[in-house]
Ligand binder design. Structure first.
Ligand SMILES: Cc1ncc(COP(=O)(O)O)c(C=O)c1O
Length: 351
């Protein structure tokens, strides 16, 4: 049946639509086109589009180039680190065939790992705080992960995961790793997190922008994206300046007091001083962004640029505008659009 429909379609294309060309025209085009088939969704990770936010910056002296990471199969940049962590662990022999993989996640790394582990045949357990949006847990389950949800601290609020909440998730993760003799895909510690962005995200931005990047800013969770992209940018051009983005009231890396740990910007801003992947020598400065700024910019991205992203993407773009309006007039900033707005449909981001 399908075969018959295909033949009919080809017949129509050659005889009805393209009658002015010889019949062999389409056949010749198909012969010279290189096949572009991925053996699995893992190979569809990366090479995401870079878009000029020309509408949002129309009244700003400068450009913002945004890397749309929701084009990855799991709709976030974290697919990249999932692929790298599993590949590196297989190569080093740390991950044995069929061994269980476990990781603490705010949802995005877990989704990436669920995809990669599902395809490569490792059972995967995602451990997540109940404070993260429920779409993430449902998506990981749908992708075959076992999802363990951990209660928040009594004074925490759903949608606002604090460093204290994360501590509880960490304890549960360690318990499960021990119990199942599992491989811990530790995104806070493993160099693979850094390498994913150093080897891929950063070089892709350099290539797609023609090497024209002056400043980069990134909302930090593990710091892997910031560190990897920054290393690639500075290697390409040491004068590229790189800024850590933190939530207002939880800007511990900038040396400010933590007065608002339960901010709304999911995926980072955990007010953790020790981030092993982040090298302070690479940081040229810090920008803080309030919940309101992140939310308003995420909404503006959707309305004006057709870019449907989450809180942290709004934070990155808000920070980039602040940089262009202060020390970087007339220059080009690069940002990551970390994940899809679909991951926040159950929150008030889109009210
Ligand atoms: C939506 C979102 N934004 C930002 C980050 C922070 O990225 P990184 O861990 O590379 O610092 C994360 C990390 O999980 C995330 O899920």
């Amino acid at each position: 049946m399908i075969h018959a429909i295909k033949n009919h379609f080809r017949f129509n294309l050659l005889t009805t639509k393209y009658t002015k060309y010889p019949k062999c025209f389409l056949g010749q085009i198909l012969m010279i086109m290189k096949p572009d088939l991925h053996p699995s969704a893992i190979e569809a990770i990366g090479n995401t589009p870079l878009v000029d936010l020309a509408r949002i910056t129309r009244n700003v002296d400068g450009r913002i180039l945004a890397k749309l990471e929701y084009f990855n199969p799991g709709f976030s940049k974290k697919d990249r680190i999932a692929r790298q962590i599993i590949a590196d662990a297989e190569a080093s022999g740390e991950l044995a065939a069929g061994q269980t993989v476990v990781e603490l996640t705010s949802g995005n790394t877990g989704t990436g790992l669920a995809i990669v582990c599902g395809i490569t045949g490792y059972p995967f357990v995602a451990v997540m705080s109940k404070g993260n949006s429920i779409e993430r847990a449902r998506m990981m389950s749908a992708l075959g992960a076992e999802v363990v949800l951990v209660d928040q601290l009594p004074d925490s609020v759903p949608g606002q995961v604090s460093g204290g909440d994360l501590e509880l998730v960490e304890r549960e993760t360690q318990r499960i790793v021990k119990e199942r003799d599992a491989f811990r895909a530790d995104q806070f510690l493993l160099e693979s997190n850094f390498r994913a962005h150093y080897l891929n995200t950063g070089p892709e931005i350099i290539r797609q922008s023609g090497g024209h990047i002056d400043v980069f800013c990134d909302f930090v969770g593990t710091g892997g994206s910031f560190a990897g992209c920054t290393a690639a940018f500075k290697e390409h051009n040491p004068s590229v300046e790189c800024f850590v983005v933190e939530p207002a009231g939880a800007a511990i890396l900038a040396g400010m007091p933590v007065t608002y740990p339960n901010h709304r910007i999911q995926g980072g801003g955990y007010a953790m001083l020790n981030l092993p992947l982040l090298n302070p020598a690479q940081v040229d400065g810090y920008v803080t962004v309030s919940d309101r700024q992140a939310i308003e910019m995420a909404r503006k991205l959707a309305r004006e640029e057709g870019i449907f992203a989450g809180f942290s993407s709004g934070a990155n773009v808000a920070a980039a505008i602040e940089l262009l309006e202060t020390n970087f007039e007339g220059q080009t900033a690069a940002v990551l659009i970390c994940d899809s707005g679909l991951k926040y449909l159950s929150t008030d981001l889109w009210d």
